[in-house]
Design a protein around this ligand. Sequence first.
Ligand SMILES: NC(=O)c1ccc[n+]([C@@H]2O[C@H](COP(=O)([O-])OP(=O)(O)OC[C@H]3O[C@@H](n4cnc5c(N)ncnc54)[C@H](OP(=O)(O)O)[C@@H]3O)[C@@H](O)[C@H]2O)c1
Length: 354
Amino acid sequence: MPSPRAAWRIDRAGSLDRLRLVEEPLEPPGPGEVRVAIRAVGLNFADAFACLGLYSATPRGSFVPGLEAAGTVDAVGAPLPGRPLPAVGDRVIVLTRFGGYATAVNVDSRYLTPIPAGWSFEAGAAFPVQALTAWYGLVRLGAVGAGSTVLVQSAAGGVGLQALAVLRRLGAQPVAVVGSQAKIDYLAAQHGLAAELLLLREPRGYAAALDAALRARGARGFDVVFDAVLGRWFRPAFARLAPEGRYVLYGAADFMPSGTRRGWTRLAWRWLRRPRLDPLEMISQNRALLAFNLIWLWESVERVPAAYAELAALELPAPHIGACYPFAAAREALLELKAGQTVGKSVLLVNPSA
Ligand SMILES: NC(=O)c1ccc[n+]([C@@H]2O[C@H](COP(=O)([O-])OP(=O)(O)OC[C@H]3O[C@@H](n4cnc5c(N)ncnc54)[C@H](OP(=O)(O)O)[C@@H]3O)[C@@H](O)[C@H]2O)c1
């Protein structure tokens, strides 16, 4: 028998104004699946890009946004050979290839991992996407090691704070870039970064600030740049990669429109002015550009358990939750996230009193 659920659905991508809260039936979980009663949903910048239709992986037609959540196992489907299922009542983190903005979801059990002991549902929901992004970009692609000097763009955002946590575990040296003085103050107070290693992203003086940070670190260049902003900030940082340096690019927040719609003219202008690199120069300068979209992991579900295990081995702390919103306020929460002022993770709460 299908059970009822509430979900935020968008009939087709293009505008955040099209997001609607609907009641709809959810089929029982199929073989190898579990149904999770969701208690908290993690918001991602990519959710806004998906609703606007600016994310390459956006489903065609009607879809429910959302890449991650946390809750309790509420029903299990028939087991499949070699794939043990969790028990009803287990507290779990869940990755969803879209579909997380709902009060219940059915997922392949390999997308689940237990919520670490002592963590809240909010912390669980806030964790997997941004921590996996930081792990994959910095560990797998960036090959960051002890003592590496790493420039982190948007260091006070969800991925940014996870990147700082990963760098701390690896014994690397961060230089943090953010878009506002309030975020600099937050990072100075909470992460103890010295003033010369905290940079405000403003056009005038950006290159000189990068040089000053490198001097303060005693480094001849950045071993790794971890960036999801792109735009005019790309070239000055790429030019300051050390020989063998790796620029890890995983997003383009600079393309985010300011309103609820796409704004084609501004987007076209940004696209025409996007940075370009000459591969021959990259050889002679001994600098690399690596780019990724973690959606590949959602599409290779058989690789998810190993990725969760590598992440668990880092023993990262519970993520910083910057803002919690009621489930009914998803649109407002996305608008605030999209405006670029949030610190840490934004989370939707489902049935907080249950
Ligand atoms: N490739 C992947 O697999 C992958 C996975 C997860 C996330 N991402 C990307 O990683 C980035 C961070 O994601 P998140 O979910 O953790 O979000 P977030 O960092 O909490 O928020 C995004 C940040 O982008 C910065 N930003 C720069 N230009 C902006 C603009 N024009 N409008 C709005 N914000 C702007 C803002 O911080 P500052 O102003 O302080 O820089 C903003 O807070 C996003 O670009 C996202 O798309 C990529």
